[in-house]
Design a protein around this ligand. Structure first.
Ligand code: ADP
Ligand code: MG
Length: 624
């Protein structure tokens, strides 16, 4: 009797399971119980090689069967056996009397000759996937004698074969899905790493920060998990790659740590967690990296090719390396590494190298794709940082320039107004001055009015000086250079002020050898006089004024030093501003005029001053 409940169990179990091997074993072992037989064989068919191979076998004569070698369907029909015929015809093949049938020759063992054979094909979507065979149908009723395969047997076996075929295709599909899931998982992980890195990098404008983030992403266990990573920058002028940052332990460090406390550091990830990120920059490995210089040559080294060809290399063994490459691997003691270029706007600006020198995990060629993607991100971030830095520097310059421009414009307006006013008051002032002097002569010497007239005369001459200084400052007159001897200006001032200097017991020294240059004598004299007057105003009685003229390269240097009151720190900058004065009778135009004069000679003027100590004004005039 056929055990139908067992049959349904098997078909159901097969329908639910995704375990291909399990299903096949189940079908093979149960088929001999459902249709009482002495052996059951399931073979899979490989369409590429045209062969049938045994996948599972069960039954009491299973071990005695000789023909379990693959059946080659390209050979003689008989040699391909009953199963071969089932594949070729895609139908069930039944041999009720196997003795003497050549197709059954392969199944005849010495100990237990096979009485009858049935083979059914496993078909899925018109493709034969394999065969299921039963040997030696027992006599119905459980006796020892042999029976015949009935129509029912053939049908049941066909259904079992069908189930097996489904299990086959389902398992294949499952394996495919599993592979897809794995790829997806990998891609997902890669995306996570990438998005993590880009989130960290976003807004980072420091090169060190960017390199730190990228290299930690490459080395951390949650990231790419490489043992070590090194970033290089390309020095275009020197034609070399120089080490910029390296993350990873040195070989010695790891050996030491692992030998000291092997249970503490089971993985490299543990090792990394044990070192504090702050110390990475000062780690021995990074210090090693910062010293590395790899020259870029025309022919050859891996690093040169990374730069020249802008592509990555996976160096599986460093044994055959020489020259520059060998230098690098010897320093970091690496036996295999990969290196990819870092590009910004299609130009190679550096490189990133990685290795797994401790775990010895081989680097696969396809791993370079993700490494390159991260290197590209690094290039983008570095380029963005460069642009941001340049931009902010340009902004700062622009701000300063704008400020200066606004200031200049303001003064230009004030200057114009002042010039007009000065011009308009100069003539009446001259007249007032003239009349005052005449008045003084006419008044008797003891007249009370004399003191008023004196005040008027003093104030008028102050106003005249102011008016002429304002006009001078506003003047757009070109300078007229002639041969002038510089020390002459100093000695002339000293002589003309000799009385005043003596009166206040001020010493003035001139350390200078004659030096002749092309300059506008009147303008330069005015400038130096103003500076010397300031020094005279600044020193106390008994003070010192030291002047020096030296020649440096192709420039004349004039220095006027005093040990006077000095300036407040904030006033040094303002000293050149027109009308800035700290004196009750000052015009605040002396320094502004001096600066204008020096600039007109393409020179530079600079003040150094300390409150209570003194002031030094230094002028540099180009001699050509
Ligand atoms: P003024 O002499 O009419 O005040 P200046 O333009 O010549 O105008 O100088 C501007 C200001 O700079 C002075 O009022 C003074 O505060 C400061 N200053 C210039 N030279 C010296 C100096 N040698 N020592 C101390 N302060 C000085
Ligand atoms: Mg002055």
């Amino acid at each position: 009797m056929i055990d139908l409940s067992l049959f349904y169990d098997v078909v159901h179990a097969v329908g639910r399971s995704l375990d291909r091997t399990g299903v096949i074993r189940e079908i093979v072992s149960q088929s001999i119980r459902i249709i009482a037989c002495r052996a059951s064989i399931l073979r899979s068919f490989d369409i590429a090689t045209n062969r049938l191979e045994v996948e599972a076998i069960a039954g009491e004569i299973a071990s005695e069967l000789p023909a379990l070698a693959p059946l080659d369907l390209t050979l003689d029909e008989d040699q391909a056996g009953v199963a071969g015929e089932a594949v070729r015809t895609a139908r069930a093949v039944v041999i009720q009397d196997a003795r003497g049938d050549r197709r059954a020759a392969a199944y005849q063992s010495r100990g237990a000759p096979c009485a009858n054979i049935i083979a059914v094909p496993l078909i899925h979507r018109n493709h034969v996937l394999g065969t299921l065979e039963l040997l030696d149908r027992r006599a119905p009723g459980g006796g020892d004698g042999s029976g015949h395969f009935s129509e029912d047997d053939i049908q049941l076996l066909s259904i079992l074969a069908q189930s097996a075929a489904e299990a086959y295709s389902k398992a294949d599909l499952y394996a495919e899905i599993e592979a897809m899931a794995l790829t997806f998982q990998r891609k997902n992980q890669e995306l996570t790493i990438l998005s993590h890195i880009s989130r960290e990098i976003l807004g980072s404008t420091s090169v060190d920060d960017i390199l730190y983030i990228i290299l930690t992403g490459i080395t951390s266990g949650h990231g790419l998990g490489y043992n070590r990573a090194v970033a290089f920058f390309l020095d275009q002028e020197a034609r070399e790659l120089y080490g910029a940052f390296g993350i990873g332990p040195t070989v010695d460090a790891v050996n030491r740590v692992w030998s000291e406390a092997p249970e503490r550091f089971r993985t490299l990830g543990d090792y990394f967690e044990s070192i504090d990120p702050e110390s990475i920059a000062h780690s021995p490995f990074n210090e090693l990296i910062l010293k590395i210089r790899l020259p870029i040559e025309k022919n050859g080294s891996i690093f040169s090719r990374v730069v020249a060809e802008s592509r990555g290399f996976n160096v599986r063994s460093t044994e055959s390396l020489r020259g520059v490459d060998r230098g690098f691997t010897d320093i970091i003691r690496s036996s295999a590494f990969a290196v990819v270029p870092v590009c910004a706007r299609e130009l190679v600006i550096g490189a990133i190298a990685v290795d797994n020198c401790f775990t010895r995990k081989p680097i696969q060629d396809e791993d370079l794709v993700l490494l390159q993607t991260i290197a590209n991100q690094c290039g983008l971030a570095l380029d963005a940082a460069r642009v941001v830095n340049e931009l902010s520097m340009a902004m700062k310059k622009l701000e300063v320039a704008t400020g200066k421009l606004i200031e200049a414009e303001r003064f230009a307006t004030i200057g114009e107004v002042a010039a007009v006013v000065a011009h308009d008051i100069r003539n009446p002032l001259t007249a007032i001055g003239g009349f005052t002097r005449r008045l003084a002569k006419r008044l008797p010497p003891d007249d009370l009015g004399q003191s008023y007239v004196e005040i008027i005369a003093k104030e008028v001459s102050r106003l005249e000086k102011l008016a002429s200084e304002v006009l001078e400052l506003a003047s757009t007159r070109q300078i007229h250079p002639t041969d002038v001897e510089l020390t002459g200006f100093l000695t002339y001032w000293k002589e003309s002020r000799a009385q005043a200097l003596r009166a206040r017991n001020i010493t003035m020294t001139i350390e200078a050898a004659p030096l002749t240059m092309k300059a506008d004598a009147r303008v330069l004299d005015r400038a130096l006089t103003n500076l010397l007057n300031n020094a005279f105003d600044a020193v106390q009685d008994g003070g010192h004024i030291i002047t020096r003229i030296t020649r440096a390269d192709s420039a004349a240097c004039i220095e006027i030093e005093d040990d006077g009151c000095g300036m407040e720190a904030g006033d040094v900058e303002k000293a050149f501003d027109p009308f800035f004065t700290t004196k009750t009778e000052g015009t605040g135009l002396g320094m502004a005029l001096a600066q204008k004069a020096i600039t007109a000679h393409s020179g530079a003027i600079h003040i150094e001053s300390e409150k209570g100590k003194g002031t030094a004004v230094r002028i540099v005039l180009p001699l050509t």
